[in-house]
Design a protein around this ligand. Structure first.
Ligand SMILES: NC(=O)c1ccc[n+]([C@@H]2O[C@H](COP(=O)([O-])OP(=O)(O)OC[C@H]3O[C@@H](n4cnc5c(N)ncnc54)[C@H](O)[C@@H]3O)[C@@H](O)[C@H]2O)c1
Length: 343
């Protein structure tokens, strides 16, 4: 792990419409695309995103389900590819509000795909998730693992993955589906970071515990894992961003549609995360025991063999300590998120 990544084959600059590009992962990917020489136009309804996260790239405010508006955005920007991050992603909310999740993540995405088909825009990189697999029957998870989501969120992502071959056959839209594991960390330059409200992910939650003294809940300590807490695969957001640049290059070079896991292949427990946060911040993290959450598998981590072999992707910042340190730098310089940058 951490060995140098394979350099990207040269691809000509492309104009990419980045839906959800004002959000956490989308903003990091938009930055990486610009650094790779591509032109980026962000399309976001700012329901969970931040204008500042566009870092000065053109930002069109609109909804992904508004076919006419997406068509206009593609036409006027001259985009030949769409990177589609826009979605809702809180598993528990998706269980409470499947109607909203299907409307936003499925109907909305179908609207974007319809707009692409109408405008002849035929390259699509899709933010999918390891939640498409459901309860693992074996780990590490390979892309060939059965897909059987156990919550509405995972099901909405799988619905789009399953629609994509039809859109390819009928309209020629080729796609790369990137199945992320647990996105974490922040831009090492300190320009971007995670700013969700409320924070649902364990690393920013642990920072909140450090800053406010409010304990973090550990959901289940009796899992069949070495320390009893769940094992997850934390992947640095800039490594995820690099996977997107590579996915685009693959489509640009005429590569076939495919699904790829994006993870470090290293499982870390909730206690490992808390210990790393304590080491990085130099402060104790208060925690309390809470019951298991329904639908939380004990162990989820990736085999990233396929993306390594086919896209030459290797994570450059795989260590949990690095991920936490980068996230902490962002958190401590932006205590209130984008709106609350420390001066
Ligand atoms: N964060 C993770 O660990 C993780 C893991 C697996 C997959 N994903 C997927 O990655 C993508 C990005 O996640 P994130 O953590 O950056 O989330 P985020 O909430 O920070 O970003 C999503 C962005 O999409 C925008 N958006 C949402 N609905 C929209 C709509 N209808 N029209 C236009 N814009 C809309 C939001 O305003 C926000 O800026 C999502 O598709 C998510 O399902 C995330």
């Amino acid at each position: 792990m951490g060995s140098p990544t394979t350099p990207l084959a040269d691809t000509s600059p492309t104009t990419v419409l980045v839906t959800g590009g004002a959000g956490y992962i989308g903003s990091h990917a938009a930055k990486a695309l610009r650094q790779a020489g591509h032109r980026v136009v962000i399309y976001d309804n700012l329901s969970a995103g931040h204008r500042e996260a566009a870092l000065g790239a053109p930002l069109i405010e609109g909804d992904i389900g508004d076919v006419d508006a997406v068509r206009r955005a593609i036409r006027e920007s001259g985009a030949t590819a769409v990177m589609h991050f826009a979605a809702w992603l809180a598993v528990a909310d998706s269980v409470r509000d499947p109607a909203g999740y299907y409307r936003n993540n499925v109907t909305g995405t179908l609207g974007t795909l319809e707009a692409m088909a109408a405008e002849g825009c035929t390259r699509f990189v899709f933010s999918s998730t390891c939640a498409v697999y459901g309860e693992p029957v074996e780990t590490p998870l390979r892309e060939t693992h059965p897909t059987a989501p156990i919550n509405a969120y995972g099901q909405t992502k799988l619905a789009i993955e399953q629609a994509l071959p039809h859109f390819e056959r009928a309209y020629g839209i080729r796609s790369i589906r990137l199945r992320y594991f647990n996105a974490a960390g922040a831009d090492p330059d300190g320009e971007l970071g995670e700013d969700h409200s409320p924070e649902v992910h364990v690393i920013p939650r642990a920072f909140e515990a450090v800053s406010t003294g409010t304990p973090i809940d550990i959901f289940g300590e009796d899992y069949p894992t070495p320390d009893g807490t769940c094992l997850r695969d934390y992947i640095h957001v800039t490594d995820l961003a690099d996977a997107h640049v590579r996915a685009l290059a693959r489509l640009e070079q005429g590569g076939a549609s495919a699904s790829y896991n994006v993870g470090t292949e290293q499982p870390s427990s909730v206690r490992d995360v808390i210990a790393a946060v304590e080491r990085v911040t130099g402060k104790p993290v208060l925690w309390r025991s809470a019951p298991r959450r329904p639908g939380d598998p004990a162990v989820l981590y990736a085999s990233a063999e396929r993306i390594r072999k086919e896209l030459g992707w290797v994570p450059a910042r795989p260590a949990l300590e690095t991920i936490v340190a980068d996230a902490w730098r962002w958190h401590s310089t932006h205590p209130g998120g984008f709106a609350g940058a420390a001066r």
